[in-house]
Design a protein around this ligand. Structure first.
Ligand SMILES: Nc1nc2c(c(=O)[nH]1)N[C@H]1C(S)=C(S)[C@@H](COP(=O)(O)O)O[C@H]1N2
Ligand SMILES: [Mo]
Length: 315
């Protein structure tokens, strides 16, 4: 985002530390042929034959628009932990290889708090391919075939109590591998939030992959959120914590600049960002701008969540 531009960070200024992956131990469990040639090995790649997800279910929630290329989606990223420039995460996140000890904690106002291993999360529901429009608040958009399932599957499993009104999300943070808050201009760990009914909406997706494969590091490996009717910054990457809470939780861009970034952040062509119009967007790889749709085109599905709310106030 365009808050401030810290000094460009050189790659050598980050000290990568292989905290996730005990590579030796991990490779020991793999067939030799597979272990030999792949650079981006992850538990999911190991699980899915050839590194790809098997038995993907096609989702009825998919748009019929043509997906962007994998190259587009992996070389134009916002992931401030790995650089504030769009081209930086593709380079600086490559040392980030979430391994078998990754856990996602589901906690707070739930009857069944639990720390899930990635394998357990992956096994919770059939993996779907969902092609979503994805609209960044900076007025560019992409179309991505994600792999995952509705976040509601996980939340229902945890059994939210009557106190649960919102869901707070938190990203992984490692100061040895990622930028400092000073360098990035935002607080870390990155946090986000949804109202419980938004989080339970079937379109809100717990995402493990894209283009049939596991998530590349720069796109939020090993598991992230995708919330297609909201600006991209709600789709928090590299999730480690999901906490059901009573009060509206903090969200990183709202903390950074509440005048420019609200809690709801629904895509809305009628509510401009204070510094630019939201009426149109540029699809990555296209020259002409296209009009931005209310709720990013998902209005039929989600508009009822906001009945009676003033969306100019609740931006
Ligand atoms: N942890 C974390 N999650 C994040 C961000 C970030 O900087 N850190 N950027 C957000 C923003 S602004 C956008 S547009 C999307 C970009 O996702 P993509 O790079 O996979 O397209 O990730 C979101 N999730
Ligand atoms: Mo964004």
């Amino acid at each position: 985002m365009l808050i401030k531009k810290p000094e460009d960070l050189r790659y050598s200024e980050i000290t990568p530390r292989p905290v996730y992956l005990n590579r030796r131990r991990f490779l020991a469990g793999l067939p030799v042929a597979l272990a030999g040639g792949r650079e981006l090995l992850s538990p999911i790649r190991a699980r899915a034959a050839g590194g790809r997800f098997a038995n993907l279910v096609k989702s009825p929630f998919s748009t019929t628009e043509k997906p962007n290329s994998l190259n587009d989606v992996t070389h134009y990223n916002n992931f401030y932990e790995f650089g504030t420039g769009k081209d930086q995460p593709a380079k600086l996140a490559q040392k980030f290889k979430p391994g078998p000890d990754w856990r996602v904690s589901v906690e707070g106002a739930v009857a069944k708090p639990r720390k899930f291993a990635l394998d357990e999360l992956v096994a919770l529901a059939p993996m779907e391919e969902r092609i979503y429009r994805h609209r960044c608040v900076e007025a560019w958009s992409i179309v991505v075939p994600w792999v995952g399932y509705s976040l509601s599957v996980l939340l229902k499993q945890a059994q939210p109590t009557a106190k649960a009104q919102y869901v707070a999300f938190e990203s992984y943070y490692s100061s040895s591998m990622m930028l400092s808050s000073e360098q990035a201009g935002i607080e870390f760990p990155y946090v986000e939030g949804l109202r419980l009914d938004e989080a339970m909406h079937p379109l809100a997706m717990l995402t493990f992959g894209m283009y049939g494969d596991s998530l590349p590091p720069q796109d939020g490996a090993p598991v992230r959120l995708t919330v297609p009717w909201k600006y991209g910054f709600k789709s928090i990457k590299s999730l480690v914590k999901i906490k059901l809470v009573e009060k509206q939780p903090a969200s990183t861009w709202n903390l950074t600049n509440s005048r420019e970034y609200g809690f709801y952040s629904n895509v809305n062509p009628q509510v401009d960002h204070p510094r630019w119009s939201q009426a149109s967007e540029r699809r990555l790889g296209e020259f002409f701008k296209r009009p931005t749709q209310m709720f990013n085109g998902y209005g039929n599905d989600v508009a009822s969540l906001y009945n009676g709310m003033d969306l100019k106030k609740n931006y």
